[in-house]
Design a protein. Structure first.
Ligand code: HEM
Ligand code: HEM
Length: 306
């Protein structure tokens, strides 16, 4: 997980130490400072820490813009992200010291709670960034998602053509399974990605069983086949007569759809992983804007009611 170039120990954990330093200085100042009353946001130290906190929040919010501008220089971006994570986390302590640990049911605390929500969603984001890329690589097993999707389309077409030659009912089963496969779309549908292969497989297995039951050849050898290993049974069964050409096609169809099911499961999982890596940003980013609004309200109101 935490390789030598992880975002958490980027540049020998430079930003971790900067954050620890900033937190330590704030804490020492807080302990040393004697406000002559309960510590709070209205003392000179309170204002100082509040200003540091507010500047940090504005700076953290610029990350979205920076992210798009530095898209081509991954190294720089990793540095910014590393700083973002550590300085963002340091905010918890800095703001608590700013407020003198006074929290209540008011706008100030509302801003603080929003800030915590942004920060903790950020923790989740870091967790997914560290964990999911490896899971995705393992799941894909050296194929790309596009290659898998292409193969699925190929299999779908071939399966339809093959099913067409077997019988209209089988064709309908395959068609329905293709229609039921839902991959892609927005983040929310990616989280619920599914494919319709299972039902089709069941239906085809069922058709296969039916065929076996009604074929005179199988009732003839039913006794002897029961104890035979499946493979021998299949060879025997498929070699039997002309109508068994259809059975062979059916068998092939089952193989194709089994392969497709494997691929579709991988693609669906790949999309789910990626969706999980994106979905927390739907909390992180909007709440950071709400935080900015609440913060402006907090600052304005504390000047009015001071
Ligand atoms: C320029 C920046 C800031 C200024 C000028 C400022 C100002 C103040 C003042 C004057 C108070 C004391 C209010 C009182 O005791 O009634 C206060 C308290 C507080 N501030 Fe700030 N603040 C700033 C930044 C922040 C930030 C970034 C946060 C966190 C999101 C924050 C959260 C709080 C909280 C939770 C309290 C305690 C409220 C209470 O006593 O219930 N402040 N702030
Ligand atoms: C109040 C504090 C914070 C604010 C205002 C804030 C704000 C933001 C913003 C605006 C973005 C850009 C997202 C985008 O445009 O795609 C972002 C990304 C991110 N933030 Fe925060 N953040 C804060 C704290 C944190 C913390 C504490 C962590 C981790 C512990 C964190 C982790 C991340 C991550 C991993 C990204 C995504 C980077 C990427 O997509 O490449 N954030 N944050």
């Amino acid at each position: 997980m935490a390789g030598h170039d992880s975002i958490l120990n980027y540049a020998r954990s430079r930003y971790l130490w900067i954050s620890v330093g900033l937190s330590a200085i704030s804490l020492i100042a807080y302990l040393w400072h004697d406000p002559g009353g309960p510590p709070n946001g209205g003392t000179w130290l309170g204002y100082t820490l509040g200003t540091i906190g507010a500047l940090l929040i504005v700076w953290l919010m610029f990350f979205g813009i920076r992210k798009r501008r530095y898209l081509n220089s991954a190294g720089t971006l990793r540095g910014w992200l590393s700083a973002h994570i550590y300085l963002g986390t340091a905010l918890i302590l800095i703001v608590l010291l700013h407020a003198g640990f006074q929290v209540g049911w008011n706008l100030h605390t509302f801003a603080f709670v929003l800030m915590l929500a942004v920060i903790f969603s950020g923790f989740f984001g870091v967790y997914t960034y560290l964990r999911y890329p490896a899971l995705m690589t393992r799941n894909r097993d050296s194929a790309t998602r596009d290659a898998m999707l292409e193969e699925i389309v190929d299999i779908d077409q071939n399966a339809l053509a093959l099913a067409d030659g077997i019988d209209p009912k089988v064709h309908a089963i395959v068609l329905r399974s293709i229609e039921r496969t839902r991959l892609g779309g927005g983040v929310w549908s990616q989280l619920r990605a599914r494919d319709g292969s299972d039902k089709a497989l069941n239906a085809l297995q069922h058709a296969m069983e039916e065929r076996k039951k009604h074929s005179p050849a199988s009732s003839r050898s039913a006794m002897s086949t029961r104890s035979m290993p499946t493979l021998f049974f299949m060879v025997d069964f498929l070699a039997r007569d002309v109508s068994d050409k259809q059975a062979e096609a059916l068998r092939k169809l089952i193989d194709m759809i089994t392969r497709k099911k494997g691929l579709a499961t991988k693609v669906a999982r790949d999309m789910q992983y990626q969706a999980i890596m994106e979905v927390w940003l739907y909390i992180h980013v909007p709440l950071s804007f709400a935080l900015l609004a609440a913060l402006i309200g907090h600052i304005v109101s504390s000047f009015f009611y001071w």
